[in-house]
Design a protein around this ligand. Structure first.
Ligand SMILES: N[C@@H](CCC(=O)N[C@@H](CS)C(=O)NCC(=O)O)C(=O)O
Length: 214
């Protein structure tokens, strides 16, 4: 593994929906960075160098100078807070708008990502570790679809993004959950497919995707 480089912006991790999020945010914000193409559960994540970055040995990890941060949703929020210029911020100003954005982020990360998609991941892709659990997998998939009603209701309001006219990091989180759901063969409502057609057309999505899935 490459040694840690002081004073540089380095994103560790490729190949998963969760690593896609910070790559996408960096591209939206036009921030230069280096990628360390470390994959999940690879030998690189088991080194002491990597444990110094994230003791949980998970990707993604952002190293920004001497500041190190994990958790994909926190990384994208940090990047916007630190580097957004007028017009490209990934979350809104204003207390109520900020609270609404946080509400979306927590809902997506808990109900859709952790409680549904990661459950499927554990008992399908990682069944050699967590065991086969077809009932839990089906229940997690139907829980995902049930929870998604919040999104379909919001998108039928006629605005393109979760926060309205303005794209935000909540759209990065949602888009990556929806593409993950498609890979898991979860049927999505048409309005979510239309939303995906819009968000995945963004040049920053395309650029990040090329880095995340080389
Ligand atoms: N909640 C974390 C999840 C990070 C995570 O679970 N990453 C996976 C790859 S998608 C990983 O590195 N897993 C390795 C492991 O569980 O040991 C985030 O959103 O960043």
């Amino acid at each position: 593994m490459d040694s840690l480089l002081d004073g540089q912006r380095v994103l560790w991790g490729i190949g998963t929906p969760r690593t896609m999020r910070p790559h996408w945010a960096l591209c939206e914000l036009a921030i230069p960075y280096e990628t360390r193409a470390v994959r999940t559960r690879s030998p690189e994540t088991q080194t002491s160098d990597f444990a110094a970055l994230n003791v949980r040995r998970k990707i993604p990890v952002l190293q920004d100078g001497d500041f190190i941060i994990t958790e994909s949703a926190a990384i994208v929020a940090y990047l916007s807070d630190r580097y957004a210029t007028e017009g490209n911020a990934l979350f809104p100003a204003g207390i109520a708008e900020r609270a609404r954005w946080l509400e979306w982020c927590f809902y997506i990360m808990t109900e859709l990502d952790a409680a549904s998609l990661y459950m499927v991941r554990r008992h399908v892709g990682l069944k050699h570790i967590y065991g086969e659990a077809p009932v839990a997998v089906e229940a997690a998939k139907s829980y995902f679809s049930k929870q998604l009603v919040t999104v379909t209701e919001r998108l039928t309001a006629g605005e393109p993004y979760l926060m309205g006219e303005k794209f935000s990091s909540a759209d990065i989180l949602l888009t990556t959950c929806l593409t993950n759901a498609i890979s898991d063969e979860i049927q999505l409502p048409k309005i979510c497919m239309d939303y995906l057609a819009l968000t995945t057309l963004r040049p920053a999505y395309r650029a990040a995707h090329a880095t995340n899935h080389p």
